[in-house]
Design a protein around this ligand. Structure first.
Ligand code: SAH
Ligand code: MG
Length: 195
């Protein structure tokens, strides 16, 4: 679709890390297969993934949070262009400060990698029974698995944070996590007693 293409083009030109086709298709399939209706997304960027998720079915409702004003404004426009403003609620805020009592079937974490543990701990109480937390970019372009990482200091710090998050998920007694190798690495965490 033309409008989706132009969002992708904008993201590319402005260096905005929106999900690649493989990852977004995986999540859309997951949403369809598990009949997900209420989604919380941490990290909207310009609204691309939220729009893709919303288009899976017209009874899906999404709450999405973005910290960057320029991206938020662009997302608001994109959501409007798709006529999805009634099904996607977007907030301009730091997701660590956002407050909601709403419960969701799926929480999608796709924001600052260094904060993943904090996002997870904060939002796990917003899951409906049987709900899941998906996290994106756990492979970080293959760098997370690379033992001889050669790159700048900031990237190394980030990769270490992601490794720490993976350990946190592996050792979590409350949630059981499956690691999917597809795209840039996606994890699916389910509450252990929810099945
Ligand atoms: N999900 C989007 C891409 C998100 S990119 C898509 O695939 O279309 C990650 C976004 O998270 C960035 O736009 C960044 O500004 C935002 N972000 C980073 N830290 C955040 C925070 N603490 N709260 C909310 N958004 C945050
Ligand atoms: Mg991502």
């Amino acid at each position: 679709m033309q409008a989706l293409m132009s969002i992708k083009k904008y993201a590319h030109e402005h260096d905005i890390p929106i999900m690649k086709e493989e990852g977004v298709s995986f999540v859309c399939e997951y949403i369809k297969k598990h009949n997900i209706k209420r989604i919380l997304e941490i990290g909207s960027a310009i609204g691309y993934s939220a729009i893709r998720f919303a288009r899976v079915s017209n009874d899906i409702f999404i709450t999405t949070i973005e910290i960057d004003k320029e991206r938020y404004l662009q997302a608001v426009q994109n959501i409007k262009d798709f006529g999805l403003e009634n099904r996607i609620s977007i907030y301009l805020q730091d997701a660590l400060l956002f407050e909601t009592t709403e419960k969701f079937d799926l929480i999608f974490i796709d924001a600052a990698k260094a904060q993943y543990i904090r996002f997870f701990e904060k939002y796990k109480t917003n899951l409906l029974d049987g709900g899941v937390i998906l996290s994106d970019n756990l492979s970080f372009h293959g760098m997370v698995e690379d033992e001889n990482l050669k790159c700048n200091k900031n990237t190394i710090m980030l990769v270490k944070k992601i490794r720490k998050y993976i350990t946190f998920l592996r050792e979590n007694t409350e949630f059981e996590t499956e690691f999917i190798k597809c795209a840039d690495g996606i994890s699916i965490s389910k509450k252990r007693n929810s099945e």
